[in-house]
Design a protein around this ligand. Sequence first.
Ligand SMILES: Nc1nc2c(ncn2[C@@H]2O[C@H](COP(=O)(O)OP(=O)(O)OP(=O)(O)O)[C@@H](O)[C@H]2O)c(=O)[nH]1
Ligand SMILES: [Mg+2]
Length: 307
Amino acid sequence: MAADIKNNAQTKILFCAIAGHTNAGKSSLLNAVIGEKIASVSPKPQTTRTRITGIRNIGETQLVFTDTPGLHRSQTKLGEKMLKAAREAVSDIDCVIFMQDCTKPLGTQEQTMLDNLKKQGTPVIFLYNKIDLLSDKTKLAPLLAEAEQRWSPAALIPVSVTKNDGISDVMDELLKRAQPGPHYFPEDMLTDQPERVLAAEIVREQLLYLLQDEVPHGVAVVTEQFSERQDKDILNISVLIYCERESHKRIIIGKQGAMLKKVGERARTELEKFFRIKVNLQTWVKVKEDWRNRDMLISQFGLNIDN
Ligand SMILES: Nc1nc2c(ncn2[C@@H]2O[C@H](COP(=O)(O)OP(=O)(O)OP(=O)(O)O)[C@@H](O)[C@H]2O)c(=O)[nH]1
Ligand SMILES: [Mg+2]
């Protein structure tokens, strides 16, 4: 593996964490800067549950991004672990992209994080995202002025990730900050997420889109089987969908299996796009009561950052 890692007089490296309130658009930004969809995105809060590394090489520079779970008021052990993952990711890092939805006020958790980053002396690239939602763009000026005055970030950039507005300015800012040094990951690596985890996340993303209320938040997806049939060019994927209650299981399966079928069809399309091969997807639903408060199950589902 070491042979694949670039190291010469020109190589540069930058480690950057992406943090901010849940739903601000952090994973959308990660996917945009990597150029591939490696992190799940959804309109529901608390989509990202672990730290996700994404790697982008531009010329001799390697940019290493860490997407983090969004800041939120946690009510479960899983939520606590997600917040810990987010807080740890922003300590001891070259720079932090702090992302805020410009249509929402900065909450106390975000303000505390920004205060701490200022105290630590960590350079912050402050992004006001979703500017496409602002009909009156003059509303931005006071927001930018307040952020500038309170936290004097290294850069302050209004962006719209979904409209690809301002992203090249963010890239320029990052490239400027990269320091001479060997690359950390091989050139052909996009993410640290194993294929099994990516597959499970693609299924969970569809559950987040299609289910309502508490049901999608209590869902964990684990890949049971992931194997390619060389003779037929088919990827066999089998996933277990865990939920917290029998009533949730009934909702996930739906009337005569309609919901699960829809989830499976949509996820299969996405899996085929991602893995660029025909996919045979099987889905199973199981109940594990209150798993979000049970350490052993959180670990078993690959969601414990301490492991
Ligand atoms: N209108 C608009 N929506 C956006 C923009 N960027 C992201 N979104 C949407 O915002 C929602 C949340 O995006 P995510 O990328 O999942 O947000 P996140 O910050 O990673 O959320 P968590 O993982 O829950 O912390 C999705 O529905 C995105 O499509 C933007 O620039 N404009
Ligand atoms: Mg996310």
